[in-house]
Design a protein around this ligand. Structure first.
Ligand SMILES: [Zn+2]
Length: 899
């Protein structure tokens, strides 16, 4: 024991002497001595010591069983080298200003022992030297606990944690969490500093500034000021630690909205806006981490979806993380029940009557709304959707496309009959079949196709050229005005009108059933709305034209019998004129123009049903995205175009009539010339002036040339390049995109109602008549009650929510089916995440751990060897004594024998 102590002491003395020699040698030439710590160095040089120091040294010496001489020598050696830290100003200045720069020998030894995992040494020093300052710090400002935790010395940490006056436990905890030392984290959490639980919720910025609980050294903390243990653990994906912390009551508060105006937010914002944003990001990083999502929420799917939406605008990456988490959960499903649990949410706690019989798919609806495309396009989800899509018609799924097309055609031709049958008996077997999403879709698509063919056939009489030329008039009988021939609706047009009105009724029901904002947010609805609006305007204009003509006809019928040789008043005569004489603002002309636009838009509506097909769907998605790119490009395009259009017009507007042609002389001509120049359809001579104004002409040439270079060579080619790249990009994930679009399409047919397709939905069904009668009766008999019921829709929702929360309180006592499934999935997810992590870090971490263990083991072995040596020496001395005694006895015996 003594020899070993000496050995260690010698090693240290030698080390310090060497240091001393080298530092004094270096320090000697520098004449300037730093002012900082001068008094200290003076004190040292005068050989004075602090009384506490001497005491510590004494105990240190005693503990090693040194004799006083050795001790003095050692103290001297120890004392002398210290000034080096003040003398040097160059290298190593960073850590010199530490207030606790001078460590006693014992403290040095203690810190070393903690750092290298010398368990026996630490234990001995803690037991034998109660006055040892266990919070002393090394040159880096780290205390024993921090060193032990940093090097993963579990036993040493445990030994240190027995002391109550331990400092910087918070920092040690954060360090252990960041390195993933679970056992150490648990040991640290067992310390009484965490007894009140408040420590786990506070971040370093919230604790008392004089408290060095979270301090790394005197200058600050190791981690950012707003990092709490749970935030760090979540960010490091340490599931077990997050779980432990959550069990201890640690939580993360959701940050306020970025534009929040509350007191705390504005205070933080004005104090340091960067730090405010930083703390928001840190909190969100925690909230969006799979570890926190899965362990802190009863319904992680819902939480992750909500979080992904919340982060969508500001933090794309975190939002993706949430989405990946949901997809990961879905990926781990092994049976239909689990998939249903994820897609439907907790159906047991809030059974709604309108979704009975079919899944409500609330979570999926949310995923579609928040555009979690990977989730919706996931095979597990698609499989579920497919089975609902072919509800009652599962045999059709395996059929070839030809059979499906035949079915579609059959439904299209039999649509009136089918609709009539459904109208009579909605609850029959056929009615149930028709209510299935697939047949509903087919019926709607067929109805739309019929509408399109009506639009085509409406112009059938003019396919080969109209028989009524613009300069001709005609009438059936002499007293008929010409316009009475052109304005009335044909029977084909009346069919189209009925379709449009049916469609409008459908849209009205749509708006009624869902929120108006939701309706507007869907681009298809906007397209529908504009088509219908244009059609209606066109028909109304036509009706006005007819009305004017009809009133004129009435006037004529009253006053005239034959119009052939009559001079009519101008208002009446106008309705006799041929088309070439109509006013440009004639309602009929407006109606015809709008109708043409509406027809074009109606055909674009086909794109809505194309995603149902697997070969057209992806193509259409790509096309749509490319058009989106085109619109972005158009902004630049139009800017350049406008610049040259106005510039050229300014240059040539004074030369109207004095040019080779009319190009650029008016704004309209300028537009036409430049527009067709893009396609190479404008002449170069457009810039030539007939008179001798060379300067203007040359400027014209230059500008026109530059325009052509920019437009045709640069911009057009860039557009093509952009198309290429974005098409490639879309092509890569067009499958996901298409499946998402298809799911959206399918989903719109999953909801009940709207079985009868346009225009048959205009005929009130017995069911709706009955409910209308009931509604009227309610309104008449108990009017006030009905009113309350009308605006109590929100209240009902609230009640439902309250019931739900009550249920969830009960549920925490005994988990519902949904909760147990969720728990199962989350467990599976965590196991998978941990397995992945282990695979990742098997090389570095493990190797380091082994190294640390070997280091500890060495010290333990040394200790044991020492003990063994001691016992052996003891035994030998005992043996020697025994031998000695025996020898003496033998001698005595011999002597007695001799005598
Ligand atoms: Zn706020």
């Amino acid at each position: 024991m003594a020899s070993r102590g000496l050995l260690v002491a010698f090693r240290y003395t030698w080390k310090y002497r060497k240091m001393y020699i080298s530092t004094t040698a270096k320090a000697a030439p520098s004449a300037e001595r730093p002012k900082v710590g001068r008094s200290q160095s003076d004190r040292w040089s005068r050989g004075r010591q602090e009384p506490g120091m001497q005491e510590q040294m004494d105990t240190f010496g005693r503990s090693f069983g040194l004799r006083s001489n050795d001790q003095r020598a050692m103290t001297m050696q120890h004392v002398v080298p210290k000034p080096r830290k003040q003398v040097l100003r160059g290298a190593g200045y960073l850590y010199r200003a530490e207030s606790s720069f001078c460590l006693s020998m014992a403290e040095e030894l203690f810190l070393d022992a903690a750092e290298f995992g010398n368990i026996p040494e630490v234990r001995r020093m803690l037991e034998e030297q109660p006055e040892l300052n266990i919070n002393c710090v090394n040159y880096m400002g780290q205390n024993a606990l921090q060193l032990a935790v940093a090097n993963e010395h579990f036993e040493v940490t445990k030994l240190l944690l027995r002391r109550k006056d331990l400092a910087r436990i918070g920092d040690a905890l954060l360090l252990a969490i960041s390195k993933g030392y679970i056992r150490i984290v648990e040991a640290l959490l067992g310390h009484e500093a965490f007894a009140d639980g408040q420590r786990l919720i506070n971040s370093p910025s919230q604790v008392d500034p004089h408290d060095d609980f979270f301090a790394y050294d005197e200058d600050g903390t190791r981690f950012s000021h707003d990092i709490t243990p749970i935030i760090l653990a979540s960010q490091c994906h340490e599931y077990e630690i997050v779980h432990t912390l959550l069990m201890k009551g640690s939580r993360v508060e959701r940050p306020h909205d970025y534009f929040c105006q509350c007191m705390t937010c504005s205070e933080h914002q004005s104090h340091d806006s960067f730090r405010h944003s930083q703390s928001r990001i840190n909190a969100y990083k925690c909230l969006a981490s799979p570890a926190y999502l899965s362990l802190s929420n009863e319904d992680p799917v819902m939480a992750a979806l909500e979080m992904s939406n919340e982060l969508e605008n500001d933090y794309k990456k975190l939002s993706m993380q949430c989405k990946d988490f949901v997809v990961g959960l879905l990926d781990l499903c092994r049976n239909t029940e689990e998939v249903k649990a994820i897609l439907n949410g907790d159906t047991e706690s809030c059974p709604s009557p309108e979704t009975l019989g079919r899944q409500n798919l609330i979570r999926l609806k949310l995923a579609i709304k928040y555009e979690v495309k990977k989730f919706v396009a996931h095979p597990n989800c698609q499989q579920q959707l497919l089975s609902i899509w072919y509800e009652n018609l599962s045999g059709l799924r395996q059929q070839t496309t030809a059979v499906k097309i035949l079915l579609v055609l059959g439904v299209a031709f039999g649509l009136p009959i089918l609709s009539f049958l459904y109208w009579i008996a909605p609850s029959s077997k056929l009615g149930k079949l028709m209510r299935g999403p697939f047949l509903k879709f087919v019926a709607h698509a067929a109805s739309f196709m019929i509408f399109l063919s009506l639009l085509i056939l409406n112009a059938a009489d003019r396919f080969g050229g109209t028989s009524l030329l613009p300069n001709m008039t005609t009438h059936d009988h002499p007293s008929q005005l010409f316009r009475m021939k052109t304005t009335p609706f044909t029977w084909m047009e009346i069919l189209i009108i009925s379709w449009v009105i049916g469609k409008i009724w459908e849209e009205c029901k749509d708006i009624w059933s869902q929120d108006i904002r939701e309706y507007i947010s869907e681009p298809w609805n906007l397209l529908d709305f504009s088509i219908l609006a244009i059609f209606m305007t066109s028909f109304i204009a036509r009706l006005m034209a007819f009305w004017h003509a009809y009133s004129a006809q009435c006037y004529v019928d009253k006053h005239y019998t034959d119009l052939s040789n009559m001079t009519l008043p101008f208002e009446i005569q106008y309705f006799q004129l041929a088309r070439i004489n109509w006013m440009p603002s004639d309602p009929q002309l407006i109606s015809e123009g709008l109708y043409a636009i509406a027809v074009v838009l109606s055909f674009s509506r086909i794109a809505y049903i194309l995603p149902a097909n697997e070969s057209f769907g992806p193509l259409q998605i790509s096309l749509g995205r490319t058009v989106k790119d085109l619109f972005k490009f158009m902004v630049i395009f139009i800017t350049v175009f406008l610049a040259f259009m106005v510039g050229m017009f300014n240059l040539y507007s004074y030369y109207l009539g004095a040019k080779y042609n009319d190009a650029f002389t008016t704004l309209e001509e300028s537009f036409k010339t430049l527009f067709w120049a893009i396609f190479g359809l404008s002449e170069v001579k457009s810039v030539v002036i007939n008179i001798d104004h060379k300067f203007i002409e040359n400027i014209g040439y230059v500008l026109y040339g530059v325009y052509n270079i920019i437009m045709v060579i640069v911009l057009l080619n860039m557009l093509i390049a952009m198309f290429n790249s974005s098409f490639q990009e879309i092509e890569d994930d067009s499958d996901v995109e298409w499946k998402f679009a298809r799911a959206k399409l399918w989903f719109s047919y999953f909801e009940h109602g709207g079985t009868l397709s346009v225009p048959f939905n205009l005929v009130p069904s017995p069911k709706s008549v009955l409910s209308l009668l009931l509604g009227i009766r309610e309104l008449l008999w108990d009017g006030p009650k009905g009113k309350i019921k009308g605006n109590s829709n929100d209240e009902m929702e609230l009640n439902k929510l309250r019931q739900q929360s009550d249920l969830s309180v009960d549920a925490s006592l005994c988990p519902t089916r949904h909760q147990s499934i969720m728990n199962r999935l989350v467990k599976r997810y965590i196991v998978k995440a941990q397995r992945d992590k282990e695979n990742d870090e098997i090389n570095e971490g493990e190797l380091k751990e082994i190294k640390q263990d070997i280091s500890s083991l060495r010290y333990e072995l040394l200790e044991r060897a020492n003990q063994d040596v001691e016992t052996v020496t003891k035994l030998i001395t005992q043996l020697g004594e025994v031998m000695h005694v025996q020898q003496k006895e033998e001698q005595k015996n011999e002597i007695s024998l001799i005598y």
